[in-house]
Design a protein around this ligand. Structure first.
Ligand SMILES: Nc1nc2c(ncn2[C@@H]2O[C@H](COP(=O)(O)OP(=O)(O)O)[C@@H](O)[C@H]2O)c(=O)[nH]1
Ligand SMILES: [Mg+2]
Length: 366
């Protein structure tokens, strides 16, 4: 066996306590004769996954744990794990036994035999691979996600959604500052974040059926995937957060009209009061939507945080509204009839204002 540490296996986990001992036993068997360590990166799972891993680590120092408090996210967990080892090569494997650990030695051999090779990817879609028990719906969704990824990925990968791969640790450390770390697809992030095309090899495996715990792939994860793709395509021109903030702002305008219309038309309130009510409703709607989506990663929680956030958001947006009117009125030229352009300019100025200030004062980002 090599005297030096050869490989770190990074295992992102959320509520996988029952799978932890099974996976360690499988790694131990698969990697017999190799010098390896396993790093569980657990986002403080309520089911005690981190404790389960530590219990093994006390007996077997090859097993380590990073327990993250107050944070969630598969990609960022993988990145942290990959940066927390002295091993020259790192692998990422799911903690739910769905990935086939028996190909790890083959992956390591390939990287050790060819210095020019950067990454070895476990693929379900090359000859000899498979997706196990997936129904046609999940196969279709995965195919769609793969197709989308082609928009940002120049390399011809058969399984860019694979969460099972092995890569040189130095490459990850170099790329980390350029990764967007949103959501699920860390491999895609690494491949598209690299300034030079990474040389890759694909090895087949069959996706196993999950027997313990449950999948965390949900609609939010799907949305984060779309955001990550957008970010790689247009993020430099219009940052993804600003795009989301503006889209939510447009929805807020719709809410404004939906509230204002009936209140005023039915004669319930005067136009001034109907406008004030509609504005407060729209701002509240925007605040909660931005809190849940745009600023998901620094979401405000609890009555006090939410109230303070709501108040600063309303203050910022009120100033934004005044700026909107001011700019539009200033630019409006009656002779040239520039009403639409003036209105657009006003909206643009207030959108940037609202975004910049609420991001700082409401969600505390710098
Ligand atoms: N640290 C961490 N791990 C996660 C998170 N979400 C999922 N995982 C782990 O990532 C792996 C793959 O997730 P899974 O839900 O099985 O995805 P699926 O196989 O695509 O359905 C599993 O080991 C999960 O426990 C997360 O937010 N943080
Ligand atoms: Mg899984």
């Amino acid at each position: 066996m090599s005297e030096l540490l050869e490989l770190a296996v990074v295992i992102p986990t959320f509520n996988e306590s029952k799978n932890v001992p099974l996976l360690v036993a499988k790694l131990d068997a698969a990697l017999a004769g190799r010098n390896w360590e396993a790093i569980f990166v657990d986002d403080n799972s309520p089911d005690g996954t981190a404790d389960a891993a530590r219990a093994i680590g006390r007996r077997d120092p090859r097993v380590r744990v990073i327990q993250r408090i107050g944070r969630r996210g598969l990609s960022s967990a993988c990145i942290e794990g990959m940066c927390a080892t002295a091993a020259p090569v790192v692998a990422v494997i799911d903690g739910d036994l769905q990935h086939d650990e028996t190909i790890l030695p083959k992956m390591l051999d390939a990287l050790q035999a060819d210095e020019t090779l950067d990454v070895v990817i476990g693929s379900r879609f090359v000859d000899g691979g498979g997706t196990g028990d997936w129904d046609s719906d999940r196969v279709a969704k995965s195919a769609f996600a793969t197709k989308l990824s082609r928009q940002v990925l120049k390399a011809d990968l058969s399984d860019p959604m694979s969460g099972f791969f092995m890569i040189r640790a130095g490459i990850v450390r170099d790329l980390t500052p350029h990764l967007n770390a949103i959501g699920f697809k860390i491999l895609l992030d690494l491949m598209t974040g690299s300034p030079r095309p990474l040389k890759f090899l694909e090895l087949p495996y069959t996706f196993r059926v999950r027997t313990e715990g449950e999948s965390k792939l949900d609609h939010v994860v799907a949305m984060e995937y779309l955001i990550a793709i957008y970010d790689r395509m247009f993020g430099r021109i219009i940052p993804v957060r600003f795009a989301m903030f503006s889209a939510i702002g447009a929805l807020g305008a719709l809410v404004h009209f939906l509230v204002l219309g009936p209140l005023f038309k039915e004669g319930i309130l005067s136009f001034l009061w109907a406008t004030i009510v509609a504005t407060v409703v729209a701002m509240t709607f925007n605040f909660f939507l931005n809190n849940a989506l745009t600023y998901r990663d620094s979401r405000l929680k609890g009555a006090k945080q939410l109230f303070d956030g709501w108040l600063t958001f309303c203050l910022v947006c009120s100033v934004g509204a005044v700026a909107n009117i001011g700019v539009a009125a200033f630019l409006y030229d009656a002779k040239a009839d520039t009403w639409a352009l003036s209105a657009l300019a006003g909206i643009a100025v207030s959108a940037v204002w609202n975004y910049a200030l609420s991001s700082r004062f409401t969600w505390g980002r710098y």
